[in-house]
Design a protein around this ligand. Structure first.
Ligand code: ATP
Ligand code: MG
Length: 471
C-alpha cells in the first residue's frame, strides 16, 4: 500500500508545531489531516476509516487521553502515536496501556517522526490484512511449524501477510519457541524463496570476526584473511538475511548495520569499493529489545529501523494442545530414527505433558521426547519414562547404563584420582561435549538432546574454543 492511502490524523494545538510535523510527513507522501482540538479529532475519527493518529496529550478542550480511550473503547482501526512533553513519560506509559502504538517525546527529530509513522502504518496495514483473512482458516502445519492453536494461527497469518513485503521483521519470543523456524517460514513464503536464506548468529561469532562475517573481507585485511571472502550480506543478495540474537551485536557493528540499512550499501573489511545488495532482513532475539534500548545496550535508531513488523512467538504453555501435536510428531520421527516401537503416549503421560510449564519451550519438548526414545522401549510412553522434572526422577546410573557408550561416559560422575589429574572445568566440559558428539556419530542436535542443552550452545562453545585455540 503506497504512503498516502491511509491518512495521518494530526491532533496538535500549537499551529507552528503542527505545520512542521505536517511538512515532514508530506515530504514522505503521507496525506495529513490536521486538527487542533479533541472535539474536531472525534469528528474525524467518527467515519471509522483506518488512520495513523498523532496525538498531543495536552489539548485545549480535553485531555488527549480521552481521545485515546474513545478509540480504544470503539476499537477503531487506528494506530495511535502519542506526543508528550519532555519529562512526562509516565503519561506515555499510561497511554500505551490504553492501546497507543508508540510515543514520541518532544522535541524529536524529523527522522524519528517519519520512522515511527512508517512503522505504525505498516502495523495498521498488516492488522487489516489479517482481519480480511478467513477467520476459520485452521492450519495444523505451516512450513516448519506444527500446531493448530489460535495463538499460532495468528502467527501464520502475520507471516502470510508480511512475506511479500521487503520490510524488516523483528521476531521475539522465549528461547526455543521457534524464532528460527519463523524466519525460514517468512523466507519460504516470500517471492525470495528461490534465492538464498543466510542465517548469522550474532551471539555465536567472536566479536572481531563479526564484521567480516556480515560484510566479508579482502585478502590481507587482517591476520588470517588469506583470500577475499564474501560475507553474509553478499551471499544473501536477492534473498533473506537472518540476524539471530540481534541484541548481542557489539555497538560498533550496530552502527555499521544501521548505515547498511539506511544506504543498502556496505564496504567489506579492508576494502574500498562500496557494494550494493538487495535483501530482506529478519532478526530475532529472546531478550526484551526495548529494555536493551532503555539500558543503553542497543541503539534506539537501529531498533526503530529493524522493528517494522514485529512477530511475537507465544510460549509453548500458551498454545493449547499444540504440545501434544508436536510431541506426537517427534515421537514418530525419533522412534523411527532410534529403531524403537513407540506409537503413542498414555493418557497420564499426555496429561503430564499438557500441564508442564515448558520453560525451554519446543526445544525442551523435543529433548524430552528424544530422551524417551533413546533410553526406553515399548509401544506406549508412560509417565515413568519422562525425565525429571516431568516424570519421576531417574538415578544417574540408570541414565548412564541406558545411554549409548560415549554418552554414558559423559554422564558418569568424573572422579579424579589425584590432584594432578584434575582438569580445568572448561576442559571437562569440552570432553563431555566432544565425547557425546562422537557417540552420536557427529549428530550435534542429538548429542545436545542427550546432554540436555541446546545445539546452539554446543556450536557457540565450539566456536569459542576454536577462537581460543583450545579445539
Ligand atoms: N511449532 C513447532 N513445531 C515443530 N517444531 C518446532 C516448532 N517450533 C520450534 N520447533 C523446533 O524446536 C527447535 C527450536 O526452535 P528454534 O531454534 O527455531 O527456536 P528459537 O526460538 O530460535 O530458540 P533460541 O532462542 O534458543 O535460539 C528446533 O529444532 C525447531 O525445529
Ligand atoms: Mg534461535
Amino acid at each position: 500500500m503506497p504512503p498516502g492511502s491511509i491518512p495521518v490524523l494530526l491532533i496538535e494545538d500549537t499551529p507552528s508545531l503542527a505545520r512542521v510535523y505536517a511538512e515532514y510527513l508530506k515530504k514522505e507522501s503521507h496525506t495529513v489531516i490536521s486538527v487542533e482540538t479533541g472535539a474536531d479529532a472525534l469528528v474525524q475519527l467518527n467515519d471509522g476509516a483506518p488512520k495513523v493518529v498523532l496525538l498531543d496529550l495536552q489539548l485545549p478542550d480535553m485531555n488527549g487521553m480521552e481521545v485515546l480511550k474513545r478509540i480504544d473503547a470503539q476499537a477503531l482501526p487506528c494506530a495511535v502515536i502519542v506526543i508528550t512533553a519532555h519529562g512526562s513519560v509516565k503519561a506515555a506509559v499510561e497511554a500505551m496501556r490504553y492501546g497507543a502504538y508508540d510515543f514520541l517525546v518532544k522535541p524529536f527529530s524529523a527522522d524519528r517522526l517519519v520512522v515511527t509513522v512508517r512503522n505504525a502504518m505498516e502495523r495498521l496495514r498488516l492488522a487489516q490484512l489479517v482481519d480480511t483473512f478467513e477467520k476459520d482458516l485452521n492450519r495444523a502445519r505451516y512450513h516448519g511449524f506444527i500446531g493448530s492453536s489460535l495463538a499460532m494461527q495468528a502467527v501464520y497469518r502475520i507471516v502470510d501477510s508480511a512475506a511479500s513485503s521487503r520490510a524488516t521483521v523483528f521476531i521475539t519470543g522465549e528461547s526455543g519457541t521457534g524464532k528460527e523456524v519463523c524466519a525460514e517460514a517468512i523466507h519460504r513464503q516470500s517471492q525470495r524463496a528461490a534465492r538464498p536464506f543466510i542465517a548469522i548468529n550474532c551471539g555465536a561469532i567472536p566479536k572481531d570476526l563479526m564484521e567480516s562475517e556480515i560484510f566479508g573481507h579482502v585478502k590481507g585485511s587482517f591476520t588470517g584473511a588469506v583470500s577475499d571472502r564474501e560475507g553474509a550480506a553478499a551471499r544473501a543478495d536477492g534473498g533473506t538475511l537472518f540476524l539471530d540474537e540481534i541484541c548481542e551485536l557489539a555497538p560498533d557493528l550496530q552502527t555499521k548495520l544501521l548505515r547498511f540499512i539506511q544506504t543498502g550499501t556496505f564496504t567489506p573489511v579492508g576494502g574500498s569499493k562500496l557494494e550494493k545488495v538487495d535483501l530482506r532482513i529478519v532478526c530475532a532475539t529472546n531478550r526484551d529489545p526495548l529494555r536493551e534500548v532503555e539500558e543503553g545496550r542497543f541503539r534506539e535508531d537501529l531498533y526503530y529501523r529493524l522493528h517494522v513488523i514485529p512477530i511475537h512467538l507465544p510460549p509453548l504453555r500458551e498454545r493449547e494442545d499444540d504440545v501434544l501435536e508436536i510431541a506426537r510428531h517427534y515421537l514418530a520421527e525419533f522412534a523411527k530414527e532410534e529403531k524403537k516401537g513407540f506409537t503413542r503416549f498414555s493418557p497420564q503421560t499426555e496429561h503430564a505433558l499438557r500441564h508442564y510449564h515448558w520453560p525451554g519451550n519446543v526445544r525442551q519438548l523435543q529433548n524430552v521426547v528424544r530422551i524417551v526414545a533413546v533410553l526406553h522401549d515399548g509401544d506406549t510412553v508412560t509417565p515413568e519414562m519422562l525425565p525429571s522434572p516431568l516424570g519421576t526422577p531417574q538415578p544417574l546410573q540408570v541414565l548412564a547404563a541406558a545411554a549409548p557408550a560415549g554418552a554414558a561416559a559423559a554422564l558418569r560422575p568424573h572422579v579424579p584420582l589425584s590432584p594432578d589429574a584434575i582438569k580445568p572445568l572448561w576442559e571437562v566440559e569440552k570432553d563431555a561435549i566432544e565425547d557425546a558428539i562422537a557417540a552420536c556419530d557427529g549428530n550435534i542436535p542429538r548429542a545436545a538432546a542427550l546432554l540436555q542443552i541446546s545445539a546452539s550452545t554446543i556450536y557457540r562453545k565450539r566456536l569459542a574454543w576454536q577462537a581460543e585455540g583450545k579445539l
